[in-house]
Design a protein around this ligand. Structure first.
Ligand SMILES: [Mg+2]
Length: 271
């Protein structure tokens, strides 16, 4: 089974400051269908914003949508989204101390944090915008109040498009990584047979978890450094850095995803 999992914003979607290759999305759509690839989108977007992206950029529908940074899983079958109910049950069981309301109270007095709009928060996701210039102090204050108390994981990433820092509190068992692992296990696939592509901070977990990782060429410096550091400690990790110049593609966004998929043999011109 060929499984291609990818982040959306600035990984599959060309919505950053680099110029995309025209036709790269059509090529991605065509190649995934031609090679019968199981496509998983792994994104911070909720369902509505994912559908907006599918319409706006004309990316194909995935087979599976891991949304809200791993806190929701949906399957797309016969033209309909179906929520994966057992994922919610699994989260409650595996992160028993998780409580979004309690996390909210714990960080209420931290300056430099602005709670994100209600559509970006949910029972398993408490999210904030962070004043990026103050991020070091903010993250330190957050750690002191939250770390280790709520079976949580604290994920910080920088949105180069908006210039904002994004901070997510999630149950430890609900990240892009664990949600993808859950799906891979359900499909009885091997972790290393799954290609995962990403570009920024919240992709670091799946990129260093034993999947076949791809960083698109526009991946941010912070992510590149973290992944290289992880590879130094765990040389068995498989990571590919898209560089462009492959099949006339530039390696940014969708083109980097295609380059990485060829590198790992998910796409292959011989078949
Ligand atoms: Mg991204």
């Amino acid at each position: 089974m060929r499984i291609l999992a990818t982040d959306l914003d600035r990984t599959l979607l060309p919505n950053g400051r680099w110029s995309p290759d025209l036709g790269a999305i059509d090529l991605f759509n065509e190649l995934t269908k031609k090679h019968d690839v199981l496509v998983v989108y792994v994104t911070g977007r909720n369902l509505k914003l994912t559908e907006n992206a599918i319409r706006e950029y004309r990316i194909r529908y995935p087979h599976v949508l891991i949304g809200d940074v791993g806190t929701s899983i949906r399957k797309y079958e016969q033209g309909c989204w179906k929520l994966h109910g057992s994922w919610d049950k699994h989260l409650k069981k595996t992160s028993p101390r998780w409580d979004a309301g309690a996390v909210r109270s714990a960080v209420a007095a931290v300056g430099g944090l602005t709670e994100q709009e209600s559509e970006h928060c949910g029972p398993f996701k408490q999210s904030y915008y962070v004043d990026h210039d103050r991020s070091k102090a903010v993250l330190k204050a957050v750690d002191e109040r939250v770390k280790g108390k709520f079976d949580e994981v604290i994920v910080y990433s920088f949105d180069s498009q908006s210039g904002k820092g994004l901070l997510d509190f999630l149950p430890q068992s609900a990240t892009k990584q664990t949600a993808l692992e859950f799906i891979v296990e359900e499909l009885s696939a091997k972790q290393s047979d799954v290609v995962f592509c990403g570009d920024s901070g919240n992709d670091v977990l799946p990129l260093t978890a034993g999947f076949s990782g791809v960083l698109v060429r526009n991946a941010d410096d912070q992510l590149v450094a973290s992944v290289k550091q992880a590879v130094d400690v765990h040389p068995e990790l498989k990571v590919y850095f898209a560089k462009g110049g492959f099949k006339g593609l530039n390696g940014f966004y969708t083109s980097g995803v295609i380059e990485g998929a060829y590198y790992y043999g998910i796409f292959c011109d011989a078949d």
